[in-house]
Design a protein around this ligand. Sequence first.
Ligand code: GDP
Length: 295
Amino acid sequence: MFEALTDKLEAIFKKLKGKGILKEEDVDAALKEIRIALLEADVNFKVVKAFIERVRQKAVGKEILESLSPAQQVIKIVYEELCELLGGSTSKIKLSPNPPTIIMMVGLHGSGKTTTSAKLARLFKKQGRRPMLVAADLQRPAAIEQLVTLGKQIDVPVFHSYEIKDPRELCKDALKKAVIDRADPVIVDTAGRMHVDEELMRELQDVKNVLNPHEILFVADAMTGQDAVNIAKSFHEKIGIDGVILTKMDGDARGGAALSIKEVTGKPIKLIGTGEKIDAIDEFHPDRVANRILG
Ligand code: GDP
């Protein structure tokens, strides 16, 4: 994760530290290089522009340039602004005080939605809760089977049907069953598509109306970079999301999606997927990630 960006920032800061006294031009030259490094890491260009402007405003003041260790101060400002870009503080999944909490998982095909639904269920089970999974992606029988198999693997019930064709009907039945079984939380795997289209959005809106979910989590493949960011934006505009789960972080050397998605959508990354295995999911800590980026 972020290897290329880390290497570049390290070189930029080394040069800056070597200067001792800093002039405004030195900071500007460093910011120019940081700008290029972020763009090469596939960060959204508007996000980069705003980021550089914020750092500049904080870094070129008299107090910083005339301080004892101006380069360190500039690095600290970059660190703080990176933290902000990544979402500021850790955002957890909100649990309802009146169980069951209903979590609706949305995203495109291949993003890792089904796998992540099961990973999430396993996390809740480990916390001593009684999660239930709902296979509401009725477009593909394979998706139902995949979730049923994963449910068996983690010993979590999967509400499913090969007969019901309307996801609204399935979700209504699932909610009744969850109440009877005292399941909590209820994690609903919804339909995906290869691309965002009107039909998908209509179906998800219908399902949302039935579920009345406490959390809508958008699952995005980090390796698709700015596509993931743009798709997140469309989902948020059409359905409204509460947070993002960024999958395949283990394969993403650039980090452009992670560094752009909060600023573009206004919604935080809550969890990250770090591998294909069922336990490969972690909370997302902006401060730790910013530290890691700065090496
Ligand atoms: P869906 O179509 O969105 O439901 O996607 P799936 O859950 O079927 O996942 C698509 C592929 O991505 C599968 O091969 C998963 O094993 C893989 N996958 C999901 N999350 C991760 C992750 O965090 N890291 C890696 N390396 N692979 C993942």
